[in-house]
Design a protein around this ligand. Structure first.
Ligand SMILES: [Zn+2]
Length: 505
């Protein structure tokens, strides 16, 4: 039983798919004009976890996940125009195409690095199937024209001066998703007043294009679609008029999702469009809104290039529930690093041979339960971490559970076997960043050496009271203590508090 918070009803509900044989999810994808920034990565990872959970519960061949590429947009045109003005002699059309292709490639590279699975049409893992699951707006212009045409016929849209506009006041539930009234929205001044609009709230379904901009022939002249109609047309083509889940960032709730609902509900009045709406909250960096002017703007690629493994970035995302605003901090990245090292260590330090024999078992039930409770990823990752560290599930004692541990990691999107370089990268990461290093920790290394010495002495005297007392002090300071045969290992835990080590100095 999966429970999800539905924005539409503002409640956590039991999720019941329309067809358990084909659970269908649509997530708004990127406009492909630039690298994905750190905030753009969050919904990708959030909905990747949901996708993995749905596949686990309903079976990997019974989930369809579609995420679009918006490859027609004024921002894309502007970047291509800038290249032309900088002296590139090629036609704008070629430059636009080049820009979108390049950006899609970047997006795939960066999101793959975060461990996100590519969307797919149920069981179809062929190249064509995967491509279909990531539809490009420019390949669905015909479907958009058909939908717009229908909206005009039913009186929900009107054509004027080469534009087609959606008549917002013709749809009485407009604003229901975000809980706004039309008058609130007008007061919010996010509407563009134009002489050809009947009402300032009306939004563009189609607009005219100059001869040198991308455009298509339509009943309303040469032009291009508005942004919102894309998602309505593509979700209809690929998932049908009613489907299960629609996701995206909270910033898309209004106007984008309100507009999608208005278009789709008016085009297919008998259908429900998306039953569950899910929105992830926004991301800040060190407590501040990410912005180029503040100098705290990062793309996912910037962080990867700085040496942050994708697994670490993913772990930071998963540390905060998707419904809460999240703050990216160096401290969290450092802590996530320790967590990823632990995961890799438990699988990896048992030797390459063990790693290659590792099979995917069944994820631990408590991980699955945490995710089923509205994707409680922070609980799932914390629990995974705690269990890892508990003696009874130490690597030595894991035995046959190692396959299940591996399955649990994969359910959260950490496939360290598929990325064996992650471990090596994880261990070199700390030195290059100059932050917490598991092994070379300047604060913990002498304490580990000390405990090692006490243990060696105790093994002769058979009096372990000093060792136990020292361990208690370290644990009280939030340190995870591993008494390995090869030596003592100390790790900074999530509640690490160096002030509690004062008595040992
Ligand atoms: Zn959309």
């Amino acid at each position: 039983m999966i429970k999800l918070h539905n924005t539409k009803t503002r409640a956590k509900e039991i999720f019941t798919p329309i067809d358990p044989e084909n659970v269908r999810m649509y997530v708004c994808g990127p406009t492909v004009y630039d690298r994905a920034h750190l905030g753009n990565g969050r919904p990708v990872v959030v909905f990747d976890v949901l996708y993995r959970l749905l596949r686990h519960v309903y079976g990997p061949d019974h989930v369809t996940y579609v995420r679009n590429f918006t490859d027609v947009d004024d921002k894309i045109n502007a970047t291509a125009l800038a290249r032309q003005q900088a002296g590139d002699p090629r036609p704008l059309e070629v430059l636009i195409r080049e820009r979108t292709e390049e950006t899609i490639q970047w997006y795939h590279d960066d999101m793959d690095a975060l461990g996100a699975l590519r969307p797919s049409i149920r069981e179809d893992r062929s190249e064509a199937g995967l491509r279909k699951a990531e539809p490009r707006a420019t390949e669905y212009i015909g479907a958009m024209i058909t939908m717009i045409d229908g909206l005009i016929t039913s009186g929900h849209a009107y054509a004027v001066d080469g534009h087609v506009l959606f008549r917002v006041r013709s749809y009485k539930n407009y604003g229901a998703l975000s809980g706004r009234t039309i008058d609130d929205m007008i007061a919010g001044a996010r509407v563009e007043v134009a002489p050809y609009k009947e009402d300032p709230m009306d939004f563009v379904l189609w607009k005219p294009s100059d001869a040198d901009l991308p455009g298509w022939e339509s009943p309303w002249g040469f032009g291009r679609p508005g942004w919102h109609i894309e998602c309505s047309a593509m979700s209809y083509e690929l998932l049908g008029a009613s489907f299960d889940i629609h996701g995206g960032g909270l910033d898309l709730q209004f106007p984008h999702h309100e507009n999608e609902i208005a278009q789709s509900s008016c085009a297919h009045p008998q259908a429900s469009f998306a039953n569950v709406w899910m929105h992830n909250e926004m991301l800040q960096v060190e407590g501040k809104k990410m912005s180029k002017s503040l100098g705290n703007f990062f793309t996912v690629r910037d962080l990867l290039d700085q040496g942050y493994p994708g697994e670490v970035i993913r772990m930071v995302y998963l540390g905060t529930h998707y419904g809460k605003p999240m703050d990216w901090t160096m401290r969290k990245a450092s802590d996530a690093q320790v967590a990823v090292n632990e995961m890799a260590g438990i699988l990896g330090t048992s030797g390459q041979e063990t790693l290659s024999n590792l099979k995917i078992g069944q994820p631990f039930p408590w991980i699955v339960e945490a995710l089923k409770d509205d994707l409680n990823t922070s609980l799932a990752t914390n629990e995974l971490r705690r269990k890892n560290l508990e003696k009874r599930v130490s690597r030595h004692e894991l035995g046959e559970h190692l396959d299940d541990l591996y399955a649990s990691q994969i359910l959260l999107g950490f496939d360290l076997k598929a990325h064996p370089q992650a471990l090596a990268k994880a261990q070199s990461f700390d030195e290059t960043r100059g932050i917490v290093n598991v092994r070379g920790d300047a604060l913990l290394s002498p304490l580990a050496a000390d405990l090692n010495r006490l243990r060696a002495e105790a093994s002769v005297t058979k009096n372990f009271s000093l060792v136990d007392a020292r361990k208690d002090t370290l644990i009280a300071a939030g340190i995870e203590v591993r008494m390995l045969k090869s030596g003592v290992e100390l790790l900074r835990g999530p509640n690490f508090d160096p002030a509690k080590l004062e008595s040992l100095k």
